[in-house]
Design a binder for this molecule. Structure first.
Ligand code: OGA
Ligand code: NI
Length: 344
């Protein structure tokens, strides 16, 4: 494995990609609009999952099976294209949307084992179709439809959480002002030494709520004890994995968890996942919408989402910088050592 993909020991996978846990609840949304029927019980399950893990899976969510199948097929077809076709949409020069191999963060010491395509899909007025891959044919249309359906599903789930906080249904969506949405199609190629690397390193999503469609391979992992123990989320055919991000966490004053997660890879098969992030507008205010009796606000003062994101990236980059420095120092020491010591 090329050393640029080799993670420090403490970051490497601790649990296999295909040893699945059933700790993350799978919740059927059938009957969610039935106020005098199932709604209460479904909402209770969602809220409990958000308090425990900040992750759950939904089935019977109403998003058309054929649409999901088309989206997946077209995504797979894209990654199978020759590099020159994919690189027409290269976004490594700071372009907004398109194709990129591996990590986003400049200054990262170690790279993720993945390729991605990113669509900035909301607000609609900001869509730059010149950055949406025109191959395979029809993918743009399908992505538009997919993006709309997932935006509605996300808003429906935010309604549940708003109600659980004792607020008006629209409170969380309104707090996003003019909601952004970004679709990231992740392709994780087969990896010869999956134990040394990660498909996507550990993180929390910055935004409000994320919907993830994954294939049946497995590789999404979550921790709720700061990385000591990990579980691999069981893939469920037709389900979306839902997780809350930092914004959702802050708005609920920490009541709902911003799931800490990563993706591992394997040597048997490639893996495809499609993450759809719902984020507040950059100038939306980040501050708890409700502070419960006896609690203190977990933010000192209201900040904008852009500022929240900047601080998060700043912390990540600083950590990355320190890691890189430490690595260079180690590599240097190797070089400086007398030859007989290196080979000893
Ligand atoms: C993400 C993400 C997990 C996966 O794209 O933010 O967490 O399994 N993806 O691909
Ligand atoms: Ni994520």
């Amino acid at each position: 494995l090329n050393s640029k993909f080799v993670r420090d020991e403490d970051e490497r996978p601790k649990v296999a990609y295909n040893v699945f846990s059933d700790e993350i609840p799978v919740i059927s949304l059938a009957g969610i609009d039935d106020v005098d029927g199932k709604r209460g019980e479904i909402c209770r399950q969602i809220v409990e999952a958000c308090e425990n893990w900040g992750i759950f899976q939904v089935v019977d969510h109403g998003v058309d099976t054929n649409l999901v199948a088309d989206m997946t097929r077209l995504a797979r077809d894209f990654f199978a294209l020759p590099p020159e076709d994919k690189l027409r949409f290269d976004m490594s020069g700071g372009k907004k949307g398109g194709f990129i191999v591996s990590s986003h963060l400049q200054g990262e010491a170690v790279q993720d084992w993945r390729e991605i395509v990113t669509y900035f899909s909301y607000p609609v007025r900001n869509r730059d179709y010149s950055r949406w891959p025109d191959k395979p044919e029809g993918w743009v249309k399908v992505t538009e439809e997919y993006s709309e359906r997932l935006m509605s599903l996300a808003c429906k789930l935010l309604e549940v959480l708003s109600e659980a906080m004792g607020l008006e249904k629209e409170s969380l969506t309104n707090a996003c002002v003019d909601m952004d949405q970004k679709i990231v199609v992740n392709y994780y190629p087969k990896c010869p030494q999956p134990d040394l690397t990660l498909g996507l390193k550990r993180h929390t999503d910055p935004g409000t709520i994320t919907l993830l469609l994954q294939d049946q391979v497995g590789g999404l992992q979550a921790t709720r004890d700061n990385g000591k123990t990990w579980i691999t989320v069981q893939p469920v055919e037709g389900a979306f994995v839902v997780n809350l991000g930092d914004h959702g966490h802050f708005l609920s004053n920490g009541r709902f968890k911003n799931a800490d997660h990563q993706a591992v890879v394997n040597s048997n098969s490639s893996r495809l996942s499609i993450a759809t992030f719902q984020n507040p507008a950059p100038d939306a205010t980040v501050y708890p919408l409700k502070v419960r009796e006896g609690e203190k606000a977990i933010l000192e003062e209201p900040i904008t989402f852009a500022e929240m994101y900047k601080r998060k990236m700043g912390r990540d980059l600083e950590l990355a910088r320190l890691k890189k420095l430490a690595k260079e120092e180690r590599d240097h020491k190797e070089v400086d050592k007398p030859v007989d010591q290196i080979f000893a």
